[in-house]
Design a protein around this ligand. Structure first.
Ligand code: UDP
Length: 466
């Protein structure tokens, strides 16, 4: 990167220390950011948990240092929900992260320009601050979802949370187009615990962070980004879509499971835009009833589909291959389902998702609206069917359907086979689907334009100024 001053006092590369929580959807964007910063002349050290550790062999240019955390079961068990995991990880990583960062600093404080830490890891933000290292928070969700988190304490004071049934369809002032039902939530969780997590993140960002890095782009979230900068009086760098900036093929992708590449050959034999791709990401779980409705809805739609049925993705005891099932065993499909869809359904445990979405045979994506999946769909111009499960997915689903107009809801609150079949047919062959496809194509163009933008250079200049 010509023209940028990359060296510290001693003539060494300035170094950035990165730390992500060990979730697939957090670690991958962080590693992409690492590669992009390194390509712009910065030294990069990735601190990481031993659990779900990245594979250093895939990134020879980066330095990797484990933090040697001790994690309780609830941080890692597929049976604990996302909130319990986040709380447990924050608690367990704080001292280990601080010790690892302190040890790096002994090698030369001036060489370390800053730490870029997971935007959900308030413990790391605080620890970096205590050690005198400027911290940047990497948000791997959307700017809109981040605004929802920042507003958490005010939403509580204004009576919008805990969420009340009678308010579900009310717009939330200051967070439009969100309605109460779209606010970040984790169903079945103690509200106080959720509020306190949100307050910890918002508090740490306000107290300990020098800037925000967000895997989004101006064309889709300009207003949200401007509000974040104004509300926090901090710079917010919209450096996304990170996977586009990095280019193809994805050299730094960590995979949760071995992708089943056979599905690409299966897609090769299908006509353009004829297949619905179905995946709810790396963490979401549905109960057995919803899973069966999904299956029979797909069968009833008559549409060819590629469905990721991930091990552990169905909750609810042995019948759902939940508790007691082998960790790599996919949940059993409903009786008679495979016979019914044999000629037009392909089921895999894990797909090479980006290649799937880029395949000409894909007509739409039934997604949980995880932010990575949503961005990947936008970047390929693929319209969506949305089934948000928890947390920021609710916010993103609202933007996909109502702000960007590139998605339809699979159903209301409950997944029901008749509605599923109808929504699938509409997305693939109806007038609504055609309009969404046109808009998705426009967003795709805007995403490509963003991938050549200067936001990343701005971030590097900012880092070097710290
Ligand atoms: N993914 C994949 N293969 C699959 C399912 C998901 O490669 O079969 C990837 C997907 O491309 C995305 C990530 O897993 O990059 C999921 O991240 P997202 O933020 O969408 O959801 P999360 O897993 O965090 O809920």
């Amino acid at each position: 990167m010509a023209g940028l001053e990359q060296h510290g006092d001693g003539g060494h590369r300035r170094r950035v220390v990165l730390f992500s929580l060990p979730f697939h959807g957090h670690l991958n964007p962080m590693l992409k950011l690492a590669a992009l910063l390194h390509a712009r002349g910065l030294g990069v050290t990735v601190l990481h948990t031993c659990f779900n550790a990245p594979d250093p062999a895939r990134h020879p240019e980066l330095a990797f240092v484990p933090i040697h955390e001790t994690l309780p079961d609830e941080a890692t068990s597929p049976d604990s929900d996302i909130l319990r995991k986040l709380l447990a990880l924050n608690a367990a990583c704080e001292a280990a992260f601080r010790a690892a960062l302190a040890s790096l600093l002994r090698g030369g404080r001036r060489d370390v320009a800053c730490a870029v830490v997971d935007g959900q890891c308030y413990a790391a933000m605080g620890a970096a601050g205590e050690l005198g290292v400027p911290a940047l928070a990497l948000r791997t969700d959307s700017a809109a979802a981040f605004r929802n988190m920042l507003a958490g304490p005010q939403l509580r004071d204004a009576g919008y949370v805990p969420i009340k049934e009678e308010q579900l369809d009310e717009p939330v002032p200051g967070l439009e187009p969100l309605r109460v039902r779209d606010l970040i939530r984790v169903d079945g969780r103690d509200t106080d615990e959720h509020c306190s997590f949100v307050a910890s993140v918002a508090g740490a960002v306000r107290a300990s962070v020098s800037g925000i890095v967000i895997n989004t782009f101006e064309a889709i979230e300009a207003a949200e980004l401007a509000k974040i900068q104004r509300e926090l009086s901090l710079p917010a760098f919209a450096v996304g879509p990170l996977h586009l900036l990095l280019g193809q093929p994805p050299p730094v992708e960590q995979s949760l499971h071995e992708p089943d590449r056979g599905c690409l050959a299966w897609l090769d034999a299908r006509p353009p835009r004829s297949v619905l791709y179905v995946s709810l990401g790396s963490l979401a779980r549905v109960d057995r009833g919803a899973f069966e409705e999904m299956a029979w809805g797909l069968a009833g739609s008559g549409v060819p589909f590629l469905w990721v049925v991930r091990p552990g993705s169905v909750a609810g005891g042995a019948a759902g291959a939940g508790a007691g099932a082998a960790a790599d065993e996919a949940p059993p499909l409903p009786d008679g389902f495979e016979e019914e869809v044999r000629d037009r359904g392909k089921i895999v445990k894990w797909a090479p998702q980006r290649e799937v979405l880029a395949h000409a045979a894909i007509g739409a994506f039934w997604t949980h609206c995880g932010w990575n999946s949503t961005l990947e769909s936008i970047c390929e111009g693929v319209p969506m069917l949305v089934q948000p499960c928890f947390a920021d997915q609710m916010v993103t689903a609202r933007y996909v359907t109502h702000e960007w107009g590139v998605g339809l809801e699979v159903g209301e609150e409950v997944v029901e086979r008749g509605m599923v079949a109808k929504a699938v047919r509409e997305a693939m062959a109806g007038g609504g689907g055609a309009r969404m496809r046109e808009r998705a194509h426009r967003l795709q163009m805007q995403a490509s334009a963003a991938a050549t933008s200067s936001a990343m250079d701005g971030l590097v200049r900012f880092i070097l100024s710290l």
